[in-house]
Ligand binder design. Structure first.
Ligand SMILES: *Cc1c(COP(=O)(O)O)cnc(C)c1O
Length: 367
């Protein structure tokens, strides 16, 4: 089976973890701080704060931005559920704005329609490894005091013009989950240039404890700490990030070149301002394709090719968000993309032969 994702675990990961285990300091300590320093350097940000998940990093980011009960936070309905759940965790109200079908990311014009006096933050998502339209969103926000929390969970290493993912907002959250471009199994990172955001996020990570005085609690917080064991894996992965992303891009460009011109199969579009790191290689299957998407998925599976739908249901239609009174038809682009998208294997361990196999099987199906 050609899997959709495969972590690259080598000697360095094993060596780093062994060293931590032998050191006896396995909870949050120096290895976590080393990961933070390296990650901040990689993203060109002043600070990076490690968490035990991307969700924890997003939640802490919203806390650090001062989001309160009743505030409105605008985000995309076409993302992983965590993006909206962290808004609920703060007692705030998720307000959705539709996406663009070209890059599956927030449409700034649609965001503009949703801004009210209660809007206290926007969470744009860098879906599939391509950053959102930074200039577009900035111009819509204009002089209004609305901070951006970038959900960069899928986009480590991506770029918008000369800025890196992680720099495209007041703070940005990354995930180190097993399927992401680099991983520690579970883990997350928040990046920022703002010292106040950094301090508040660190406080939130450790039960609201004062950074200055132990056992002095200034606010409600959580246990969102990462362990040295996992940071050791993350450090080894960070050393490989350039190679990992280069191979993903290479594989994606090869697939694009060889799958061009198939009726009803719409290939990913790389924005003119973007460096796309292809966390997912996501095509669209529309009415002009030889079969429906489900039959195609079955055919791929029968031929040993894994594929995935990210995401089959836009978030505004999730059960626990019913109280927001969204309904089918509210976000037509997101709803349509949920019916059309299909992600194919693009991970760095795929050989040229395996890529050719995928291409040839798809061509055989169409002909
Ligand atoms: C993976 C992901 C998250 C959450 O990260 P976890 O580490 O799984 O908590 C949030 N948003 C998006 C877009 C993601 O892909």
């Amino acid at each position: 089976m050609l899997h959709l994702s495969k972590p690259i675990i080598g000697k360095e990961e094993i060596k780093n973890v062994t060293a931590v285990l032998k050191s006896g300091v396995i909870a949050q300590g120096q290895t976590v701080r080393n990961l933070e320093t390296k990650f901040a350097r990689y993203c060109n940000t002043k600070y990076a704060i490690a968490f035990n998940s991307g969700t924890a990093a997003l939640h802490s980011g919203l806390y650090a931005l001062g989001i309160k009960k009743g505030d409105e936070v605008i985000t995309s309905p076409f993302t992983f559920i965590a993006t909206a759940n962290v808004i609920l965790m703060m007692g705030a109200r998720p307000v959705f704005a539709d996406i663009r079908k070209e890059d599956f990311n927030l449409n700034p014009e649609k965001v503009a329609e949703k801004i009210t006096s209660k809007t206290k933050a926007i969470i744009p998502v860098d879906l599939y490894g391509q950053t959102y339209d930074y200039d577009g969103l900035k111009s819509v926000i204009g002089k209004k005091n609305i901070p951006i929390l970038e959900d960069a969970c899928q986009a480590v290493g991506a770029k918008y013009k000369s800025k890196k993912a992680g720099q495209l907002g007041d703070a940005a959250a990354f995930s180190l989950y097993a399927t992401k471009n680099i991983t520690s199994g579970e883990g997350g990172i928040l990046t920022t240039d703002n010292i106040k955001i950094m301090n508040k996020a660190k406080m939130f990570r450790h039960h609201g404890q004062s950074e200055k005085k132990r056992y002095e609690y200034l606010d409600l917080g959580y246990n969102y700490r990462l362990t040295n064991i996992l940071a050791a894996i993350g450090l080894a992965q960070l050393n490989k990030i350039s190679t990992i992303n280069r191979l993903r891009i290479k594989n994606a460009l090869y697939l694009i070149k060889n799958l061009e011109g198939i009726p009803g199969l719409i290939l990913p579009v790389i924005g003119k301002n973007n460096t796309h790191v292809f966390h997912q290689f996501t095509i669209r299957i529309d009415d002009k394709f030889v079969s429906n998407r489900e039959k195609f998925i079955k055919y791929l599976k029968n031929n040993g090719i894994d594929s995935g739908i990210y995401y089959p249901k836009p978030i505004h239609l999730a059960y626990h968000l019913k109280f927001l009174n969204y309904k089918i038809g509210d976000f037509p682009v997101s709803e349509n993309m949920a019916k059309e998208v299909l992600s194919l294997p693009v991970h760095p361990l795929l050989t040229k032969r395996q890529l050719d196999y995928i291409i040839n099987k798809i061509k055989a199906y169409v002909n």
